[in-house]
Design a protein around this ligand. Structure first.
Ligand SMILES: [Zn+2]
Length: 312
């Protein structure tokens, strides 16, 4: 059995998995994003909750060895956390939305508390692993994963494995510059993909063209009712996304592009214009057919992927 945790600015998702199946899960609102003690206590509490009563000898173990309990069958805890990670030391470096985790030796703390193997990785990498193994990318070897939400997260799976680069900082796809002197990004640069293809970007585009929706879900609702301005918002956002995807496809020629996160709920409203611009900007006629699909596993993907870090 494996435990996976996905720590975010709004919620902490956790799952207990046996093979590829979730057997328990817990989702709680993040109690604090700035207080280390509170967030560590909450992380411990999530794990405690998942392993509660597992020390009963019969728990889910049809042919357990003598003396073996559910708890002793926990092979490890995988953790997905936002932002860049020092993978070797198991430290979260500069999480954009959970400041309390910055510089925290999270893997060590959890390992000492629960005396089991702990692997810490970036949350979008966990999303990618889950979708790659069990979700929309099942059976594919080369995958680009994107999560579109408050920001834009990215991950690369190449030859069936997460690609980290030299320092583990690869696949910051959201900070690929797609427009010179474009809008200012939260990272300090200008014109990053994230500034256009995220909740913030959609709100800003809506404002610029005078669309009346104030938040992406409202704009999406209007667009689905054929409101012209709302459709235009997704058209523009999709075109920016298409430029980013074309750059990635020209470099990597992946099998599939998987897109998750709340903004991806717009589906074809966003993917259609993205696909058109992407095709136009891809060099190889063969690569023009690269598929863009929605993620399949929903909100549990990050926690599932974190658990799979231990399994694989
Ligand atoms: Zn940026």
């Amino acid at each position: 059995m494996y435990i996976g945790l996905d720590i975010g600015g709004h919620k902490i998702n956790s799952v207990l998995m046996k093979g590829n199946k979730i057997i328990r899960k817990r989702r709680t609102a993040t109690k604090s994003t700035s207080n280390k003690k509170i967030i560590i206590a909450q992380i411990f509490d999530c794990v405690e909750h998942l392993i509660k009563d597992l020390d009963l000898p019969c728990f889910g173990l049809p042919r357990g060895k003598a003396g073996e309990t559910g708890k002793s069958k926990i092979r490890g805890i995988g953790i997905g956390a936002p932002g860049p990670i020092d993978l070797k030391r198991g430290v979260v470096l500069c999480p954009p939305n959970v400041k309390a985790l910055a510089g925290l030796p999270l893997a060590d703390l959890v390992q000492k508390k629960f005396k089991t193997k702990v692997i810490l990785d970036n949350d979008v990498n966990c999303f990618g692993i889950a979708e790659g193994i069990l979700g929309a990318g099942k059976g594919k070897q080369n995958i680009i994963g994107l999560t579109l939400g408050t920001g834009v997260g990215g991950c690369l799976i190449l030859r069936g494995k997460l690609f980290y680069g030299r320092d583990g900082s690869a696949s910051e796809i959201g900070h690929m510059v797609i427009k010179k002197d474009g809008w200012k990004c939260s990272c300090g640069n200008k014109g990053c993909l994230e500034t256009y293809v995220s909740a913030r970007g959609i709100i800003r585009i809506a404002k610029e063209i005078g669309c009346r929706g104030a938040i992406p879900t409202e704009i999406m609702r209007l667009a689905k009712k054929d409101n012209k301005k709302a459709l235009k918002v997704y058209q523009i956002t999709g075109e920016y996304l298409g430029i980013g995807l074309a750059n990635l496809v020209n470099i990597l020629n992946p099998d599939i592009i998987i897109i998750g996160g709340g903004i991806a709920n717009a589906g074809e409203l966003l993917f259609n214009p993205a696909r058109k611009v992407m095709r136009k900007n891809i060099l190889s006629p063969l690569a023009k057919n690269t598929r863009i699909v929605r993620a399949k596993l929903g909100e549990d993907a990050g926690a599932i992927g974190a658990a799979l870090l231990i399994k694989s």
